[in-house]
Design a protein around this ligand. Structure first.
Ligand SMILES: CC(C)(COP(=O)(O)OP(=O)(O)OC[C@H]1O[C@@H](n2cnc3c(N)ncnc32)[C@H](O)[C@@H]1OP(=O)(O)O)[C@@H](O)C(=O)NCCC(=O)NCCS
Length: 158
C-alpha cells in the first residue's frame, strides 16, 4: 500500500459525494455508468434491498478517489461495483475499500459475498483473486456491448 492509500479516509458515501462518484465512474470504461438516482437510492437506509456505499477520500484534498457499493441479500451480499480513479489505481485503494466493506458486511450479518465481472476485466479479476474471491462459474455471453462472459465469484465472510 503506498502513502496515498494509507492516508485515504474510507467512510460512508453521502449525497454530497454522488456527483464525484458519477464522474469517476464515467471516466472508467469498466465501471457501471449508473445515474445519480441509483447512488441516491443506495444511500437510503430504508431502501429494499439495503445497500452499503463507501467512498475513499483523499485526506489532503477531500476528493473522492474511489468507491464501492454492495447490496445486502442476507446472508449473502453482492459487490455491485468497486471503482478507483485512474490516477489512483494500483496504490492499494481498492484493497482498502474492500477491507472496509467486508467489515461492514460482516457487521450486517453477511456470511458470503458474491460478484460477477466481465471476463476481459483483468484488473478487477486480479483484485478479486488477491482478496480471496474464487471463481464459481460463468454465464456465457452475459454482457453486451461487447458480448462477453460473466465470471461469477464468491468469498466466505465472518
Ligand atoms: C479494479 C480496480 C477497482 C482495482 O483498484 P485498485 O485500487 O487499482 O487496486 P489495488 O491497488 O488495491 O490492488 C490490489 C491488488 O489487486 C490486484 N490488481 C489490481 N489492479 C490490477 C491490474 N490492473 N492487473 C492485475 N492485478 C491487479 C493486484 O494483486 C493488486 O496488488 P499489487 O498492486 O500489490 O500487485 C480498478 O482497477 C478500477 O477501478 N477499475 C475500473 C473499474 C472496474 O473495472 N471495477 C470493477 C467492476 S465494477
Amino acid at each position: 500500500m503506498n502513502s496515498f492509500a494509507a492516508q485515504a479516509v474510507i467512510r460512508r458515501m453521502s449525497a454530497a459525494d454522488v456527483e464525484d462518484a458519477v464522474a469517476l465512474a464515467a471516466s472508467l470504461k469498466d465501471a457501471p455508468h449508473w445515474p445519480r438516482t441509483v447512488y441516491l437510492g443506495a444511500l437510503n437506509p430504508a431502501s429494499v434491498p439495503r445497500r452499503i456505499a463507501l467512498v475513499a477520500v483523499s485526506a489532503a484534498s477531500g476528493s473522492v478517489a474511489g468507491f464501492a457499493v454492495a447490496c445486502l441479500l442476507l446472508p449473502q451480499a453482492e459487490l455491485e461495483t468497486i471503482a478507483v480513479a485512474r490516477e489512483r489505481q494500483r496504490q492499494g485503494v481498492g484493497r482498502r475499500l474492500w477491507g472496509a466493506m467486508a467489515r461492514e458486511l460482516e457487521r450486517a450479518g453477511v456470511r458470503q459475498a458474491r460478484l460477477e465481472v466481465r471476463s476481459s476485466n483483468l484488473a478487477a479479476l486480479g483484485l478479486y483473486q488477491t482478496l480471496g474471491f474464487r471463481e464459481t462459474g460463468r454465464r456465457p455471453r452475459y454482457y453486451t456491448d461487447p458480448v462477453e462472459d460473466a465470471v461469477l465469484m464468491d468469498l466466505r465472510l465472518g
